[in-house]
Write a new protein. Structure first.
Length: 108
């Protein structure tokens, strides 16, 4: 991943609505219909479409169409690449110990 791709992805989730959408998708085992996302987060359809488009353009989510319905899921590969990019030199490049739930991985 290069710096521009990382900035685009981070910019896309740097909004509370888009972050909430992304977190909802990450927590779901299956793709989620747009209407279900709107209902779960109380986001109007037009606003939701705008946010979903931004996340999709950043490569953080993928969409599949079935008939009239659009189903969204996280692009886990892209998100994992972003995390790897952000932490590639963590702890001086020596790697960080595995953290327990809720703890920071870095021992800075």
């Amino acid at each position: 991943m290069n710096e521009q791709v990382a900035v685009t992805a981070l910019s896309a989730i740097a909004h509370e609505g888009r972050l909430a959408i992304f977190r909802l998708l990450v927590q779901s085992a299956d793709a989620v219909a747009a209407g279900d996302i709107a209902a779960a987060l109380a986001i109007p359809a037009s606003t939701l479409s705008f946010h979903l488009k931004a996340l999709q353009q950043a490569g953080l989510i993928v969409v599949r169409q079935e008939g009239r319905f659009m189903y969204y899921s996280p692009n886990r590969e892209a998100f994992n690449s972003l995390l790897a990019y952000l932490t590639e030199n963590c702890c001086g490049g020596g790697g960080c110990p595995i953290a327990h739930q809720g703890e920071s991985r870095c021992q800075a």
